[in-house]
Write a protein that binds this ligand. Sequence first.
Ligand code: 5AD
Length: 345
Amino acid sequence: MTDLKKLIITATDSHVLSEAQIIDILKDDSINDFLFSAADEVREKYVGNEVHLRGLIEFSNICKCSCKYCGIRKENTLVQRYRMTEEKIFALAQKAKEYGYKTIVLQSGEDSFFSKEKMVSIIKKIKDMGFALTLSIGEKTYEEYKEYKDAGADRYLLRIETTDKNLYQKMHPDMSFENRIRCLKDLKKLGYETGTGCLVGLPEQSIESLAHDILFFKELDADMIGLGPFIPAPDTPLETEDGGTLTMALKVMALTRLLLPDINIPATTAMETLDPDGRLKALQSGANVVMPNITDEECKHKYTIYPGKAGLNNTADEYNRSIMLKIKNRGRIIASGFGFRFRNL
Ligand code: 5AD
């Protein structure tokens, strides 16, 4: 057995790898299948065979940010902008209830129309419907995060995107890396199940910085990690750049599972966008969550953070049926609980 394989086996028990070891694994493609199987075993041992389905509602694509990679950045005047009414959000949540989903994920651009008061009212209503609630609405103040938590929000997703500070500043000219970290620490402090993650394959992103991203997830003790390949979006400054690969995204995800064995890890839409089987491959390489998009037909075509997003050609009904079938066909179980992190170390 090669040294790298031995290293992977040790990590399935110790859940520890050094930066140099992670780099070696990321650089060697001969051990990929071995790595994916190891992550699959750790997933089964710590979080079992259940797959948690979280219904994603993209309730506004209006955004004040200028993230260079993102198709709905504020400079992109070609995007048809929308905001859902509260009634529409609740009607979509009702559909999620019918599908049996236990969690609603509310995601949007950074849209100040949805003031603290408006968000609190939406959060309370969704909680009254009996859901676990995840927010993914960007950088806020400590006070805002606290009010959302007090109103009942359970989880929050805010990807660090990259821990390479130089690259972060280049990608987010009007944002600050320190504030991003501050947000994540505030969310942890407030008791949210906190999700972060990164883009894989950004221009100028090094393997070393990806290794650093993985160690950052562990250091933060993230409860959820969502990551995917960078997909160049038209009408952005990065439209002609090369994108990331599914393989590298799966490797970063599998290593994350080895080091954070009991967290929730989604098989992301960006993975399925690069390969129709991308989500299933992810579910067999460490992932245990799927976030079906339940945004209505009209709006989801306008939430163009990157092109060709998987699921655009199917209705939520169709997608729900097909993902459930695929999960069951792989011998996995649709979870019946809320899917909170169960510390199992
Ligand atoms: N390719 C892949 N993922 C993207 N995101 C934004 N733009 C892109 C893109 N072009 C991801 C970011 C963000 C999440 C909601 O979508 O990581 O956190």
